[in-house]
Design a protein around this ligand. Structure first.
Ligand code: TRP
Length: 327
């Protein structure tokens, strides 16, 4: 079957070459025939790298290997201006598709083009970030995958493990709409529980150390949403929280493995695979309107054992039985 296909495509290719030799002004070569995918990532942190790496592996498994697609990967080093430049270049290079990893990348891609298909990955809330109005029925050039996890689920875990929390500090980056939506929900949940809430927003990586230190000295525990700037600074924040002896609840498995205390989170390997499946559907000609946004429903509990020991926290039996532990 494979050989047959190969022979067929050889015959077809030869026929096309013959046609081109006999008259058409062809500049076509192997490169140009490949499907051009621009991949843009806001920053390199563990979760986003996992998504990109699994997506690329999965594309190969789905038959979109180097012979069929050309991948142009760019990361913006957590800088909005870089994101815009990268996306505008993808548009002027006439990419066939853009994969945008995380919300800030997706927004920059959406600003740059209304024509080239955009597949976003790990966008916490595509609707409230303004990418689309209906996740079931995409009505533009944009669809993708979301890593939304209800903040309540994570905070419930927090009160199961450390029930005596009376004040909680919420830390996030104000330029990330993915975080703002979760912060609002977390605040409402905590206030309804009569927990004292303190919120600190940073605007970039450089402000993390100071904001984290001052917040950690005012509260019993801290929480951060799926925030790229926080995720990029987990080792600093982990040190601060361990030093102040407070648990730092986070929103992704990678933030726990990078030194956060605990979370309830989705699996980013699965998310990367789903992102690849959507790319394949578009490659095969499926209309974006027929590709609803994929949201992963299953979450697992992730706990950092080293941090738990450093804080002297014992994990209740019923939680530890089903949790995944990082050292
Ligand atoms: N959900 C984030 C966004 O919308 C991106 C993201 C994915 C992320 N995994 C993460 C952020 C882990 C921090 C930690 O931009």
């Amino acid at each position: 079957m494979y050989t047959m296909k190969k022979i067929c495509s050889f015959v077809l290719a030869s026929a096309l070459t013959a046609v081109c030799f006999s008259g058409c002004d062809s500049t076509s070569n192997d490169m140009e025939e490949k499907f051009q995918i621009g991949v843009v990532q806001i920053i390199e942190h563990t979760s986003l790298n996992t998504i990109r790496e699994t997506m690329l592996e999965e594309l190969e498994k789905l038959g979109l290997d180097e012979s069929k697609v050309e991948i142009d990967y760019k990361n913006a080093a957590n800088d909005q201006a870089n994101l815009n430049t990268i996306c505008q270049k993808f548009v002027s290079d006439q990419k066939d598709l853009i994969v945008a990893i995380a919300t800030p990348s997706a927004l920059a891609a959406a600003n740059a083009t209304e024509d080239i298909p955009i597949v976003f990955s790990a966008v916490t809330d595509p609707v409230s970030s303004g990418l689309m109005s209906d996740m079931e029925h995409p009505d533009s050039n944009i669809t993708g995958t979301s890593d939304f996890v209800d903040a309540e689920k994570i905070l419930e875990l927090a009160f199961q493990i450390t029930p005596d929390i009376q004040s909680m500090g919420l830390l996030y980056c104000s330029s990330e709409p993915n975080s703002k939506v979760v912060i609002d929900k977390a605040k409402a949940y905590l206030e309804a529980k009569n927990v004292d809430v303190k919120i600190k927003a940073v605007t970039n990586d450089a402000e993390i150390q100071q904001a984290g230190t001052s917040l950690a000295s005012e509260v019993d525990a801290m929480f951060s949403p799926i925030d790229n700037t926080v995720a990029n600074n987990m080792s600093i924040l982990s040190e601060i929280c361990v030093d102040k002896k407070i648990p730092f609840y986070v929103s992704a498995d990678s933030m726990v493995s990078d030194g956060g205390f605990a979370t309830e989170g989705i699996n980013y390997v699965d998310l990367g695979q789903k992102t690849a499946e959507i790319v394949k559907q578009i490659y095969d000609g499926t209309a974006i309107a027929d590709i609803p946004v994929v949201i992963l429903k299953d979450t697992k509990t992730y706990i950092n054992q080293t941090v738990a020991s450093q804080l002297g926290i014992t994990i209740p039996e019923d939680i530890s039985q089903s949790a995944t532990f990082f050292e």
